[in-house]
Design a protein around this ligand. Structure first.
Ligand code: GLN
Length: 543
């Protein structure tokens, strides 16, 4: 039987509900249980694919090509369980489903209402494909009290009733702030937040209380008393130096024990947390440091590069070094004599991106990396910029560009209007909708024998990685590009889509059309980040 654990948040947003849910998933796994993690987002967008990274942070792409909330990235990084389309539902998706059914006449003349039709669709989304899973962790986005989240709270209240305490539990994440003038931790916001939950019929079983200092026993008892939970069920969730210490910290405070107790499961055996101790140990005792410049666009909102930043940390763990990141807005390099800022960095990374602004600066950064022999990793847009740099500066195609920025004489990067996906051919109209019109999800690539990329992947001949882009490196320019010494070292199985480029003769210069950062985990660093940071370590010894 699948047990459902619902995680809600109160008091303020940004308390780290996603990481809390992911860490609980890791703890249950460490106790030997199978888990599946899911997020319900109350906003009206059908998916976050069309939302600006400034507003919503990174769009996390799953193997099956769903554009999802960045919390699904945390779920995968903490549990290694690949997320799917079914693991993220929004109000927009639920309403579209219900409205499509209504148009088909499925409701047989009934008045279609929030309760029961929307709440039924939410319940279906929660339980879909959870057979055989021991724990399904369901995070409700937003903060209790938001108008938008009401149907979700109503749906989980109903499910809680239907499944009973043996099948469902509620965890509520709150904030216990420290007020310096009073010299006290304050419990009132937590009390109010639980009242808010009670007003929609949900009594939480465990309170996870974020605070920047330990919550004394007296305050814990007070919270327990006012919020109608046992004193052991008030867990203090302290700030920690790295998110990967969260499973250890929550375990020390008894979170997994309380969850097992709720379901009447044995708590005697200690979970195997050796994986997390190793990760945190490596992070807290690095043997050196490398400095990496990340030359991108949304550098002032680091949530938009969440998986990338984590994958770089993982590369550091793999090489036992601390990775210092210098986030540079690429527009900086569009002013004269500014590339000198890159002097002394041990690696240059140009990440994914959209739109023309700042591209000349990215191209300048690629040129610096190529000419100065600095390890370079170009991801998606970063690979496209590397191809444009080589085309312009080495292949003599001065007007080489991407059609993403408008028509051009030498479109070395261009719009692909059809490609094979399994046995089906996907077709795209050039002027069609923006939502859901990208090459999304896992696609295979063949690696060239004897290439750097093949050694990075440990000798594999074929890999599968996740994509999210509209434009492709134009295969018609392959010969012109390869004549400069560049090598297309990874290609789609049909030989049409360049997936990887590298520059033999350069210590470490790789561009990939896919997003390797999405599959990196602290306990299984992605080979490209292991390799890139390894090359940066070698570079650090040189400079
Ligand atoms: N804008 C580019 C494209 O659509 C790259 C996208 C990306 O970096 N994710 O192809």
């Amino acid at each position: 039987m699948t047990r459902f654990v619902f995680v809600t948040g109160g008091v303020v947003s940004s308390l780290g509900k996603g990481i809390a849910t992911a860490a609980l998933g890791a703890l249950l796994q460490a106790r030997g249980y199978s888990v599946r993690l899911r997020k319900l987002d109350p906003y009206l967008n059908v998916d976050p694919g069309t939302m600006s990274p400034y507003q919503h942070g990174e769009v996390y792409v799953t193997d099956d090509g769903a554009e999802t909330d960045l919390d699904l990235g945390h779920y995968e990084r903490f549990t290694g369980v690949p997320a799917t389309r079914a693991d993220n539902a929004t109000t927009g998706r639920i309403y579209s489903e219900v409205i499509a059914r209504e148009r088909r006449g499925d409701y047989l003349g009934a008045t279609v209402q929030v309760i029961p039709h929307i709440t039924d669709a939410i319940k279906e989304a929660i339980v879909r494909d959870t057979q055989g899973i021991e724990f399904a962790l369901i995070e409700i986005g937003g903060t209790v009290g938001d108008i938008e989240s009401l149907p979700f709270l109503e749906a989980i209240r109903q499910l809680g009733n239907e499944l009973g305490p043996a099948g469902a539990m509620f965890i509520h994440l709150t904030l216990v702030p420290y007020i310096p003038s009073a010299g006290e931790l304050k419990t009132k916001p937590t009390q109010h937040s639980v009242k808010e939950l009670l007003s929609v019929g949900i009594q939480p079983h465990v309170l996870l209380c974020r605070s920047n200092r330990p919550i004394p026993a007296a305050e814990r008892r007070k919270i327990a008393l006012f919020c109608n939970v046992g004193p052991d069920a008030v867990i203090s969730a302290l700030d920690v130096d790295t998110i990967y210490a969260v499973p250890l910290s929550y375990h020390a405070e008894g979170l997994d024990r309380e969850v097992l107790r709720h379901f009447g499961l044995a708590t005697g055996h200690a979970p195997d947390l050796s994986r997390w101790r190793r990760i945190v140990g490596a992070m807290r005792a690095p043997e050196g440091a490398v400095r990496i410049a990340v030359v991108g666009k949304y550098t002032n909102l680091l949530d938009s590069y969440k998986s990338l930043a984590e994958a770089l940390v993982h590369g550091g763990i793999a090489n036992r070094v601390n990775v210092e990141l210098d986030w540079v807005d690429s527009q900086v390099f569009e002013q004269p004599d500014t590339v000198a800022r890159l002097e002394g960095v041990h690696g240059i990374l140009v990440p994914g991106g959209f739109g023309e602004r700042g591209t000349e600066g990215k191209i300048a950064a690629v040129q610096f990396a190529r000419e100065r022999q600095v390890p370079f990793l170009g991801i998606c847009f970063g690979m496209q910029m590397a191809v444009i740099e080589v085309a312009r500066n080495l292949a003599g195609l001065a007007d080489a560009s991407s059609t993403e920025f408008g028509p051009c004489a030498n479109p070395v990067v261009g719009l692909l209007t059809e490609w094979a996906h399994g046995n089906e051919v996907e077709r795209r109209a050039a002027g069609g909708n923006l939502g859901g019109t990208m090459r999304l999800g896992a696609y295979p690539a063949l690696l060239a024998d004897g290439s750097l990329i093949q050694s990075v992947y440990g000798g594999k001949q074929q890999i599968s990685e996740r994509h999210r882009h509209r434009y492709e490196v134009n295969i018609h320019y392959r010969d012109a590009l390869e004549a400069t010494g560049l090598r297309v070292s990874g290609i789609s199985p049909d030989g049409v889509l360049p997936e990887i480029i590298e520059y033999p003769g350069h210590p470490w210069f790789i561009g990939v059309q896919y997003h390797p950062e999405l599959k990196s985990k602290p306990f299984a660093p992605h080979p490209l980040f292991r390799g890139f940071i390894g090359a940066a370590v070698a570079q650090a010894r040189l400079v």
